[in-house]
Design a binder for this molecule. Structure first.
Ligand SMILES: Nc1ncnc2c1ncn2[C@@H]1O[C@H](COP(=O)(O)OP(=O)(O)OP(=O)(O)O)[C@@H](O)[C@H]1O
Ligand SMILES: [Mg+2]
Length: 240
């Protein structure tokens, strides 16, 4: 079943076209990596889906609804959670307060309590420090917290912008372990931006390569990474 369909989406910042006629779909439970050099439009693509920026053209469908032009709160309510670049935690609030903010707009208190318990089960490190201010956490722990916070909204799809950035390889492994567990246990759909393709190779799934605002290549991550075509598309040279 197609969960998300991005059709011909274009985003402009003033005169700059940051995303040009982007099209792809994600099935329920699928994992997609978006990769590409700096400035390729990866974050803009996520922001367009999340409703943080408004496309000037095209359509975005989530489930059976068109969400292009909707406000972020409404898109989140349908089951889309985004973890933006930069791991923004509320440093002076406790870890539990941070997590509860993630559930902010959900009315079902019992479900929120159950999700909080589940979060602590997945991230015992957060449970152990739940009364501490989030500011004491290390970078890797903050990454866990922002992912856990996004999960508190009860999403069907979680989009994460560069989860590995600045983290040690061992910590990155832990982050991915959790994400894949959620995918396998709950059928969570993963849309992950990573500049490095190493993770896509390890994890498998589909990969979109972006360059200069366009999706220039799409396919099975491992197959793409085996050949030279990806490197050529990444660096933008044809031939050698
Ligand atoms: N708010 C903005 N206003 C103007 N230009 C922007 C804005 N945000 C991004 N851009 C520009 O749009 C283009 C795409 O940016 P975007 O952040 O989507 O790229 P990216 O692939 O996520 O890059 P990075 O790997 O550095 O995170 C870049 O040229 C960037 O400078
Ligand atoms: Mg980015």
């Amino acid at each position: 079943m197609t969960l998300l369909a991005v059709q011909d989406v274009t985003v402009r910042y003033g005169r700059l076209t940051a995303l040009r006629n982007a099209s792809f779909t994600i099935g329920q439970g699928e994992t997609i990596f978006v990769t590409g050099p700096n400035g390729a439009g990866k974050s803009t693509l996520l922001k367009a889906i999340a409703g943080v920026v408004t496309p000037v053209g095209g359509d975005i469908r989530f489930g059976d609804r068109s969400i292009a032009g909707s406000v972020p709160e409404d898109i989140a309510r349908l089951g889309f959670s985004m973890v933006p670049e930069g791991r923004h935690v509320f440093a002076t609030l406790t870890i539990e307060e941070n997590l509860r903010l993630g559930a902010g707009m959900r009315a079902d208190k019992a479900a929120v309590a159950a999700d909080l318990a589940h979060c602590y089960q997945i991230f015992p490190m957060l449970r152990d420090r739940k009364e501490s201010p989030a500011g004491i956490l290390s970078g890797g722990q903050q990454q866990m917290l922002v992912i856990a916070r996004a999960l508190m909204a009860g999403p069907r799809l979680i989009a994460i912008d560069e989860p590995s950035l600045g983290l040690a390889p061992k910590i990155i492994d832990q982050v991915y372990e959790v994400l894949l567990q959620l995918r396998d246990e709950r059928g969570l759909t993963l849309l992950i931006v990573e500049q490095s393709s190493t993770r896509a190779l390890l994890t498998g799934g589909r990969m979109l390569l972006m360059r200069s605002g366009e999706i220039v290549m799409e396919g099975d991550a491992r197959e793409l990474l085996r050949g030279d075509a990806l490197k050529q598309a990444y660096f933008g040279y044809g031939g050698h």
